[in-house]
Design a protein around this ligand. Structure first.
Ligand code: GLN
Length: 287
């Protein structure tokens, strides 16, 4: 069987399932899933073995049920890192990649507390570990901690640390600050917490609603539950002028900025994402 024939077969199977980029995705299954160089695929139209055809039809079967492409391929790219993902862990989003860039800038501008060599970083609700790993990679001398409640997510996070050769990161299980015993003081605390309003979950696209972990999405009635916990507690774990940076759900910037203002933070800054949505907020602990 020829590659282009199976490409058409698969995209013909995906298109009626409401998958907009069916042909592009079919191409990705062949290039990424079977590791066939995309240039070769279109230029040489190579032969596909029976085994490869079976594997591709299985990927198409999963995708036709709206399982996310990244779960089927088993990985995604995040800020130049290879991030392994699958059922039970949130797939890193481009907005979060943007937040990683802001975090790198913020920590570069700030550096570790005086008298300390190594910057201390904490990533709450770390999921696949993408933010923790991006920071650990950008600051090889730093010590990074990633916390998540989900053992499944932490399994991916630890695998991702291995995959990317990051030795300066440690993943801990628990609810927010709970697993951090003692009085560690961080230079930067970062989080992409669950922030979707409970009533909005049903309206999400099937890939998200039916497949991604609800515990990584559901931020309670107004989507702000995690901000209400993180913002007042973080001060105990931040050094003077340490930074707290949080990803935001659409429309929540004002409410979250208000929480920062009431809790003793200063220099509050909000950054927009590529769609012009206020997506990231950062503030300094001024006490
Ligand atoms: N950005 C994710 C989405 O749009 C939500 C992730 C989150 O709740 N932090 O589905």
């Amino acid at each position: 069987m020829k590659a282009i024939d199976i490409l058409h077969e698969i995209s013909g199977r995906l298109a009626p399932c409401g998958i907009a980029g069916a042909e592009r995705e079919a191409g990705l299954f062949i290039s990424e899933g079977l590791d066939i160089d995309p240039v070769r695929l279109y230029r040489d139209n190579p032969d596909i073995t029976e085994e490869q055809a079976i594997a591709l039809r299985e990927m198409a079967r999963r995708r036709s049920r709206r399982e996310p492409l990244q779960y089927i391929l088993g990985c995604t790219d995040f800020a130049g890192l290879e991030i392994s993902v699958g059922p039970g862990v949130l797939i890193p989003r481009p907005e979060t990649e943007l937040m990683a860039e802001y975090a790198v800038k913020a920590l570069s501008a700030q550096g570790p507390a005086s008298g300390r060599q190594r910057a201390m970083v904490l990533d709450l609700c770390t999921g696949s570990g993408c933010l923790a790993l991006a920071l650990a990679k950008a600051f090889p001398d730093s010590r990074v901690f990633g916390v998540d409640i989900s053992e499944t997510a932490l399994g991916y996070a630890r695998e991702n640390a291995r995959l990317n050769g990051t030795g300066n990161v440690q993943f801990l299980r628990g609810h927010l600050f709970e697993p951090l015993r003692g009085s560690r003081l961080f230079d930067l605390i970062i989080s992409n917490p669950p922030y979707i309003k409970t009533s909005d979950i049903n309206g999400l696209q099937p890939e998200v609603r039916d497949w991604e972990p609800i515990s990584a999405l559901d931020g309670g009635e107004d989507g702000l539950d995690f901000y209400r916990e993180i913002i007042p507690s973080a001060g105990r774990f931040l050094r003077h002028r340490g930074i707290l940076m949080l990803e935001l759900g659409a429309g929540s910037a004002e409410a979250v900025a208000g929480m920062f203002g009431r809790e003793g933070y200063g220099r509050i800054q909000v950054f927009k994402d590529y769609a012009g949505i206020k997506r990231v907020i950062q503030a300094e602990w001024t006490r």
